[in-house]
Design a protein around this ligand. Structure first.
Ligand code: BG6
Length: 486
């Protein structure tokens, strides 16, 4: 990428900008991937933020880059690209005109408008971009989740954006798709013949997709208490991972083919309604507990409320009704304040059909393919092998390991960096099509409705654990257990 571009961050003084976008852009500078002359324009409503933006940006980089990454000469270089801009998104005033003039001074450039703002103001933002003639053939808009609160609101948001931008210029981010191991999942599946024959109901017993977090509300109480774990994590990240595990091979690694295959998976997800929801889902909410020897508060204390039915944990069993996946349960799980931060996909194979070793050789553990997205990025295949420490025929589990942090010493993965550069390069493969968002909501909505009309409340779990014990029962019913990291 050698041509300079402009990226305009609406919500420049927001949490997302400070925590994720500025560090990602810093990394593009550090890796020499930001072409000379490119501009990062951070829009802030509050004049104080505009005046102190550079100091705040330095502070954000120091706080959010990993150890050793922050280098003052690189930070200075980064700041040369950065400018703050006072703008009230909702007022169609002179400041929008100033923005138009600023961007028109480099009219031929790619322009990326990053909407790091609440979806309630996506519409007015796009409308003003249009009214002040800021949208041209080189413009793209990047929108952040949450895209809606249910199918109807997602549809309304998509309609509003579509009034001003063509679908091909709309980049809906799910940052999980920018994680390197997620892309590696596709590489693994579609370039290795061994897996194609071991990727269906004949050989796979079940699939687990789990994202556990150790953090709590992190200052997002208002948003989170309205959303809950199902909307915040399952509707987007977990269902996207499920699609990548379950989809058929696309015809080509191009956006339209990949998205079409993902939509087919979402269409084949067996709907959960009414009693099925209660049988196949478990909601949880954390109470105070210990994390790494430190007492952390419960959800209600963090929230400052006496009661709330919001789930901070959800586990569910899903089925994909198609030929490949008939009767294979997909278990999805996510939660805040869990024992460890970890995101992984576990493909659990079936047991061998006939045991040839006698009992003295030891128990047989079925093969597992463990695709870990974080904290480190790795792929592991567990198998049974002979214990070489004894002449007796003893079997023990062994693992084939591919640890990307070991293999690629300089490997510094950053999903946002990757996705921003993809949006600049007009590569939508790792972004979400409108159809995917709407299908995902159509599956999620009835679950929420069933929860709301039931008298059940979330099961309580202690912070620092793997969630409520009821979630273990979901798997135990089918003779399985969660694979917990560590
Ligand atoms: C976001 C959710 O989409 O993903 C957050 O809104 C969550 O609640 C975050 O903490 C997790 O992302 P990551 O990359 O840290 O696992």
């Amino acid at each position: 990428m050698s041509q300079p571009f402009d990226i305009v961050i609406f919500g420049g003084a927001g949490d997302l900008a400070y925590r994720k976008l500025l560090p990602a852009l810093y990394r593009t500078v550090a890796e020499g991937k930001l072409p000379n002359g490119s501009r990062m324009i951070a829009c802030c409503r509050n004049p104080d933020d505009v005046a102190t933006y550079h100091e705040k940006a330095y502070a954000a980089l120091r706080e959010h880059l990993s150890e050793g990454e922050y280098k003052s000469d690189c930070a200075k270089q980064f700041q040369q690209h950065l400018q703050s801009f006072e703008l009230d998104i909702g007022s169609a005033d002179q400041r929008w005109q100033n923005m138009a003039e600023l961007l028109d001074s480099e009219a031929d450039r790619v322009r990326v408008y990053y909407l790091a703002i609440p979806p309630t103001i996506f519409g007015v933002c796009c409308q003003n971009l249009h009214a002040f003639k800021l949208i041209n053939a080189n413009s793209r808009v990047v929108v952040e989740k949450p895209l809606g609160y249910n199918a109807a609101s997602a549809n309304a948001i998509n309609e509003e954006i579509a009034r001003y931008f063509d679908e091909s210029a709309i980049y809906r981010i799910d940052h999980y798709l920018g994680k390197e191991t997620v892309q590696n999942l596709m590489a693994l599946r579609f370039t290795n013949v061994i897996f194609e024959h071991l990727w269906d109901a004949k050989t796979i017993d079940h699939v687990q997709i789990s994202i556990s977090e150790t953090v709590g509300l992190e200052g997002r109480a208002g948003f989170y208490n309205e959303a809950g774990a199902l909307r915040d994590m399952v509707q987007n990240h977990l269902l996207q991972l499920l699609c990548l595990v379950a989809m058929e091979s696309p015809h080509k690694m191009k956006a339209s083919s990949i998205r079409a295959e993902k939509v087919k998976v979402l269409e084949a997800l067996r709907p959960l309604r009414g009693d099925d929801v209660l049988r196949n889902t478990v909601r949880g909410q954390y109470v105070a507990g210990n994390h790494k020897g430190k007492l952390v508060p419960g959800y209600l204390e963090e929230l400052g409320e006496a009661s709330s039915n919001t789930e901070t944990f959800v586990a569910l069993r899903a089925h994909i009704d198609n030929w490949r996946w008939a009767r294979v349960p997909f278990y999805l799980r996510t939660g805040k304040r869990m024992k460890q931060r970890c995101a992984e996909i576990v493909i659990q194979y079936k047991e061998v059909s006939h045991r040839v070793y006698d009992a003295e050789a030891g128990a047989l553990t079925p093969n597992r393919l463990i695709i870990r997205l974080q904290p480190e990025e790795s792929i592991q295949l567990t198998m049974m092998a002979k214990d070489l420490d004894t002449l007796d025929m003893r079997l023990q589990p062994a693992a084939l390991n591919l640890n990307f942090s070991d293999t690629y010493k300089r490997f510094k993965s950053d999903a946002y960096k990757r996705l921003i550069l993809d949006a600049v390069a007009a590569n939508p493969s790792l972004f979400i099509h409108r159809d995917e968002v709407e299908h995902a909501w159509a599956w999620i909505d009835p679950i929420i409705e069933a929860w709301q009309s039931s008298d059940d409340t979330p099961h309580l779990y202690r912070a620092g654990t793997w969630g409520p014990p009821e979630s273990d029962e979901l798997l135990a019913e089918y003779g399985s257990a969660w694979f917990n990291a560590g």
